[in-house]
Design a protein around this ligand. Structure first.
Ligand SMILES: Nc1nc2c(ncn2[C@@H]2O[C@H](COP(=O)(O)O[C@H]3[C@@H](O)[C@H](n4cnc5c(=O)[nH]c(N)nc54)O[C@@H]3COP(=O)(O)O)[C@@H](O)[C@H]2O)c(=O)[nH]1
Length: 760
């Protein structure tokens, strides 16, 4: 019942009772039959009583009403106090936006949130519209509009507001619209809350969650009873288990079985005593693979110091271990062929020598060098060269025993350590097998490559006393194999070492020899066999070493070649020979030829032409006196380039001769194209004449071939009269050899020259 109806009720009852009292109380007095004075007195008392009763009634009604009002007021205040307390406890501010009046009310907390003092007079624009973050404005207005249109029951939105100090704060505003009878929005009332800290906490949590899930380390969080509460994605990736499969489990199910109880006992003892443990631990993945991990476990305590959680963070070390193994492997192996490298073979060699010493057995070392491997690299490129080395290593491994070690020292150098060698000959058998491994051509990039190997064999303790010397000796022997024509093997001997030492000494003295003119040119006569006339000389270099005596060219020329001095020697001999020829001609000796050897170095560098022209010019000698000798094998090796050079020399009038003819397998077709004047039969075919019928046949054939090609023929190495006679009979033009004279210095040839002088 409303308050006005209650008031009408009471008033009506009062009216009825009052009217009935007035109407019937006087009649009741009349019925009493009292005199007029008594009646008037009673009427006065009656009136007084009515006033007294009604006054009493009014007193109680008013008092009751006022008491109720007081109670309601107190209840309202209490309720307001509770509301205020609740809002301020929750740190919320109240706002009220009256659309009709265009005013807003903002509680002091509401103002404080934005940075205004409590007594600041603010309108809605100042506190809300102008302060909204531009990025949040559209969304905030849209939610408000939706609520005002009745699309959503409450206005609730979180957005950024610029604080009076300039920075942005996050607030959460909520409210509800109040409408008039027609449903038109009158005002909206609500609360506002500063959620900046909440937001930054949320952001931190979000970041933590991203870190938790994106970190490469596996993370496991357990409760105090060690039941898994959470794991991250890295844990799942590393272990192979899904999150659902492990939640609630004890992490002990990951144990690999590789650690004993003592290990785990110590782990837990340390964890409980210090609150953390760190170390390498082996666990088992879902696919049963066991793997190492580096793990840190920390105990987590609450503010009262009670243990609440354990957090374990671990890194999978298996990749690292594999890399470490690979690094270790590469430190001792060659990455291309995966064979042991120099470091490892030396280690094994040293150990093998110690064992061989202790047990008095032999061991062998084979140094293996691929012949002309450089040509493959130069012509087909380094990747083809690498591929070839890889296949060669495979083939050699295939023919070696398990217990022996094949290693690559670098480039095309390999060694094979043969442990426990029963007899030296066995090493030769193994060398043969390695040579055989190269019998088939190599298929690289669609090309068939024929390759041979040279092998040097050395035996402990026969050839040396330690591992270093064993390797050195095998190297020396391989050089010997190479010098003797490649595709062969050679054993190391003490004599070889002496030779190697002498060659080293020669190499270091050769520069000095050139500077101090220790090199001399000797001349060996060339005799026209049909007349016995001295037709010329071949210039041959000699080294008069101050300590070693006369050193033969066979010995020092390969050294000069290696030392890069061949060009200087060739030029020196050429110019000396041309000058000497000029001197002899000027002295009136009738000579036709001065023969000079042309080395492979000259052919390679292509400097011959310039040097020849210069030497002839300086000596003032006509070109046709000069005969350059090129060996058959050099011509074969240098091919077209050599022919072009010979052509050029020929055009300048220089005569050319093929030296050591018969040893180089030149084809007749090529021979026909060569611009040469002479063939020089190799001494090897002369030495056994006239007794050896094969050599006779060869000499005869060469002479016939030369004649048919209209070339002259010289036979070198004639040591006997019989050889001279036979060769003359066969039609050989020129003879050279000890039978006529050894090579001699110019001044010792005067006697021989006398017969050729033309008297002026
Ligand atoms: N590029 C150069 N090569 C040169 C030069 N001087 C010599 N050589 C080459 O060195 C090789 C050895 O030469 P050498 O010891 O001088 O031997 C020559 C003669 O002494 C030797 N010969 C001559 N007759 C006889 C004989 O009757 N018996 C015998 N055992 N040996 C004899 O033959 C060598 C001449 O050879 P060749 O040149 O093939 O005619 C040798 O290959 C020389 O070519 C030089 O200055 N530059």
């Amino acid at each position: 019942m409303t308050s006005s109806r209650s008031a009408w009720h009471i008033t009506l009852i009062y009216l009825v009772v009052s009217v009935l009292w007035i109407l019937f109380s006087d009649q009741a007095l009349v019925l009493l039959g009292l005199d007029e004075q008594a009646q008037r007195r009673l009427q006065t008392y009656k009136g007084l009583m009515f006033v007294g009763v009604t006054a009493t009634l009014i007193f109680f009604v008013v008092r009751g009403h006022l008491r109720r009002l007081q109670q309601q007021g107190r209840a309202l205040r209490r309720s307001e106090e509770r509301f205020d307390l609740a809002l301020s406890g929750a740190n919320d501010g109240v706002w009220d936006w009256d659309f009709e009046a265009g005013r807003g009310f903002f509680s002091s907390r509401c103002k404080a949130i934005v940075g205004y003092p409590a007594d600041a007079e603010l309108d809605v624009r100042q506190i809300w519209i102008q302060r909204l973050h531009p990025s949040d404005r559209d969304a905030a207005v849209q939610v408000l509009r939706a609520h005002l249109l009745g699309d959503i029951p409450r206005y609730n939105h979180t957005h950024r507001i610029r604080h009076t100090e300039g920075h942005f704060i996050w607030i959460q505003a909520s409210g509800r619209v109040i409408r008039d009878e027609q449903g038109q929005p009158q005002r909206i009332v609500g609360i506002v809350r500063d959620v900046t800290e909440l937001k930054s906490n949320e952001e931190r949590l979000r970041q933590a969650a991203v870190v938790f899930d994106s970190t490469k380390e596996g993370v496991v969080i357990t409760d105090a009873r060690n039941r898994i509460l959470n794991v991250n994605q890295a844990f799942c990736r590393i272990t192979g288990y899904s999150r659902e499969q492990v939640l609630g489990q004890n992490p002990g199910f990951l144990k690999s079985g590789r650690h004993n109880h003592g290990f785990y006992r110590e782990l837990w003892a340390k964890l409980q005593a210090t609150g953390s443990w760190q170390g390498e631990i082996w666990n088992r993945r879902k696919d049963s693979e066991i793997y190492p991990q580096w793990q840190t476990i920390n105990a987590v305590y609450d503010s009262d110091g009670r243990l609440t959680h354990y957090v374990a963070v671990f890194t999978d070390l298996s990749q690292l271990k594999r890399s470490q193994q690979e690094v270790d492997f590469l430190a001792h192996h060659d990455p291309l062929t995966r064979l042991p490298n120099r470091l490892l073979i030396m280690e094994r060699l040293n150990n093998a020598v110690l064992r061989a010493r202790r047990h008095s057995h032999r061991l062998g070392l084979i140094s293996i060098d691929l012949d002309r491997f450089k040509n493959v690299n130069d012509s087909l490129g380094h990747s083809a060269g690498d591929e070839l080395l890889r296949i060669a290593a495979e083939r050699m491994t295939g023919v070696c025993r398990e217990e022996d070690t094949l290693a690559r020292l670098g480039g095309d150098e390999f060694v094979l350590l043969v442990d426990q060698l029963d007899q030296v000959e066995d090493l030769a058998l193994i060398a043969g097998r390695i040579q055989q491994a190269f019998a088939q051509p190599f298929e690289i990039d669609g090309q068939r490559i024929h390759l041979t190997v040279s092998l040097g064999l050395s035996v402990f303790p026969d050839d040396c006393q330690d591992a270093g010397d064993l390797l050195k000796n095998a190297d020396t022997a391989v050089s010997q194999a190479k010098n003797s024509g490649r595709n062969s093997y050679a054993f190391y001997t003490q004599a070889l070492t002496e030779q190697a030492r002498r060659q080293l000494a020669l190499e270091s003295n050769l520069h000095q020899a050139l500077a101090q003119q220790q090199l001399q040119v000797y001349y060996q006569p060339l005799i026209a066999l049909h007349s016995g006339r001295l037709s010329g000389f071949e210039a041959l270099v000699r080294w008069q070493h101050p300590e070693l005596g006369m050193v033969a060219p066979d010995e020092f020329l390969p050294v000069a070649q290696r030392a890069g001095l061949m060009g200087l020697i060739d030029e020196y001999v050429l110019s000396q020979a041309c000058r000497q020829m000029r001197t002899w001609l000027d002295a009136g000796y009738q000579l036709d030829t001065m023969a000079v050897n042309m080395s492979g170095y000259w052919l390679e560098r292509g400097q011959v032409l310039g040097s020849v022209e210069q030497a002839l010019h300086e000596a003032g000698l006509a070109a046709d006196y000069l005969e350059l000798e090129v060996t058959e094998s050099e011509i074969m090796q240098h091919g077209e380039q050599c022919i072009e050079l010979l052509d050029a020399l020929r055009q300048r009038g220089v005569r050319l001769s093929i030296d050591d003819f018969g040893t180089g397998y030149s084809s007749l077709l090529r021979l026909k194209r060569l611009p040469v004047n002479k063939l020089k039969i190799d001494r090897g075919f002369i030495v056994d004449l006239p007794g050896d019928s094969n050599d006779s046949a060869i000499a005869r054939a060469i002479i016939a071939l030369a004649q048919s090609l209209q070339l002259q023929v010289t036979a070198e190495g004639i040591e006997t009269e019989a050889q001279q006679t036979l060769l003359r009979e066969l039609g050989c033009d020129i003879g050279q050899g000890y039978f006529f004279s050894r090579p001699l210095p110019a001044q010792q040839l005067q006697g021989l020259l006398q017969g050729t002088r033309i008297e002026a």
